[in-house]
Ligand binder design. Structure first.
Ligand code: AMP
Length: 445
């Protein structure tokens, strides 16, 4: 039988639409952001958790509801040969954390449990600047507590993280709203639908659908057509039940006493459907308002929906790309650890010895940089200069024969001959504690 000649279409090999590489030159910025946030979160007693990037689709179907926009439009779902269930690339972090809380019996621990995470998430959205199909979030959740002070703590920590990475109080905008509980929401939705019923022809086609499936999300619509109507919509705050109203009032009162400014935004409902009571959005002033840098809120019913255990919770997540894009555009200087010493080798024996030396330095926690592919002194001095190191170690044939190595002070130009055998000790003696790093980082450029 003649074999059909398969037509092969040449696919350009590049990242899928809406996804990006994090390049080596950007990575220090990512690391810097993570370290700064981690410091704040661990100070406030949060422990790191990492859940799988893939979850069962059922988690989000139950957590968000089948009709939610996230489930309907944004999930990357697939089936594998072995798994009977639909799997998805996780579109957000809260439902997986709630799942882990239930799965590992965290509800038996002293409450509340404080967890944070950092990793990639996936949503099939229309890509544009600041909106990607794979994006990173730094998120933190306080699970198993219903007190309003926890909402205030989440907001305080969000602000502290932004402060820690250089944003000033006056440019951090915090938007708040309350979307009540299932009881008062019923009442509010009736009023909201009544309001929109008389305006239904004036709203966009998407909102006409939302009117039937998820009317609260009409308040979230970004279409120009809907803006003026949205502004006239009734405010949820006027329809909160006593419990939700007291809760929100107390959250605001904690923020007032902390001196944290906020805006009440009656159209803030958040994209994810499981929120109850307090909803939160963070923005940076003079930055595109539609591209919030962080968001979250209280979700008192999610854990109950997933595991029939009544555990209220609150949390939020920052969009890492959006924050770093602002940092990059402002050219905010980040402190990175730079190597203090560059090892120069000249000649084949010195090259071989350099490899052994680098390993010795690594074991002694002395960060030394080198480029073993280079051969001559001039090229290597140029590299050392570019790195801005304070000292160079120079190893040539003569030094090896004498069992010595040269230490050159790059500022004064003074050179010393030091014994190769005891070089770690000699360096530590001369450079003091500042050259010794925590852990065992050695950069080889
Ligand atoms: P959410 O999980 O929708 O509450 O979003 C929390 C934060 O994640 C937002 O404030 C954004 O900063 C960020 N974020 C959400 N979706 C995207 C996306 N598609 N691309 C980039 N960042 C996003």
């Amino acid at each position: 039988m003649a074999r059909k000649k398969e037509k092969t279409k040449k696919i350009r090999l590049q990242t899928p639409r809406g996804m990006k590489d994090i390049l080596p030159e950007e990575y220090p910025l990512w690391q810097w952001f993570f370290e700064k946030s981690k410091k704040v979160l661990e100070y406030y007693g949060f422990s790191r958790i990492e859940t799988p990037i893939i979850e069962k689709a059922e988690l989000f179907l139950r957590g968000h509801g089948k009709e939610s926009e996230l489930v309907q439009k944004e999930m990357y779902a697939f089936k594998t040969k072995e798994e009977a269930d639909w799997l998805v690339l996780r579109p957000e972090g809260t439902a997986p954390i709630a799942r882990a809380y239930l799965e590992h019996g965290f509800f038996n621990l002293p409450q509340p449990v404080k967890l944070y995470y950092f990793g990639p998430f996936f949503r099939h959205e229309r890509p544009q600047f600041g909106r990607y199909r794979q994006f990173y979030q730094l998120g933190y959740e306080i699970l198993g507590g219903d007190q309003p002070i926890l909402d205030a703590e989440v907001i305080l920590i969000g602000k502290a993280i932004l402060n820690e990475i250089g944003f000033k109080d006056k440019e951090i905008q915090i938007f708040l709203n309350s979307i009540g509980c299932s009881k008062c929401r019923k009442k509010y939705l009736k009023v909201l639908k009544k309001f929109y019923r008389s305006n239904i022809k004036k709203v966009c086609s998407e909102c006409q659908l939302r009117y039937k499936k998820n009317p609260l999300r009409m308040l979230d619509c970004k279409s120009v057509k809907c803006q003026s109507i949205k502004e006239k919509a009734p405010s949820f705050l006027d329809f909160l039940c006593e419990n939700c109203s007291n809760h929100f009032r107390q959250v605001l009162s904690y923020l007032d006493s902390l001196g944290i400014d906020y805006y009440l935004d009656k159209t803030l409902v958040r994209g994810l459907d499981y929120y109850t009571k307090t909803v939160i959005e963070f923005n940076i002033e003079a930055h595109n308002k539609e591209l919030s840098v962080g968001g979250g809120g209280r979700y008192d019913e999610l854990i109950k929906v997933l595991g029939r255990i009544d555990k209220p919770a609150v949390g939020m997540a920052f969009g890492v790309e959006r924050i770093l894009e602002i940092i990059k555009s402002r050219k905010i200087k980040i402190e990175t650890e730079k190597p203090e010493i560059f090892l120069i080798q000249i000649g084949p024996r010195a090259k071989e010895e350099a490899l052994k030396l680098l390993e010795r330095f690594r074991k002694s926690n002395i960060p030394v940089s080198a480029n073993l592919s280079k051969d001559n002194l001039k090229d290597q001095l140029k590299l050392a200069d570019r790195l801005g190191v304070n000292y160079c170690l120079i190893l040539g044939q003569q030094e090896i024969n004498d069992g010595m190595i040269i230490l050159k002070d790059m500022i004064s130009g003074i050179q010393e001959n030091l014994p190769l055998e005891r070089i770690e000790e000699e360096i530590k003696k001369r450079l003091g504690a500042r050259v010794i790093v925590k852990g065992s980082e050695t950069s080889n450029n």
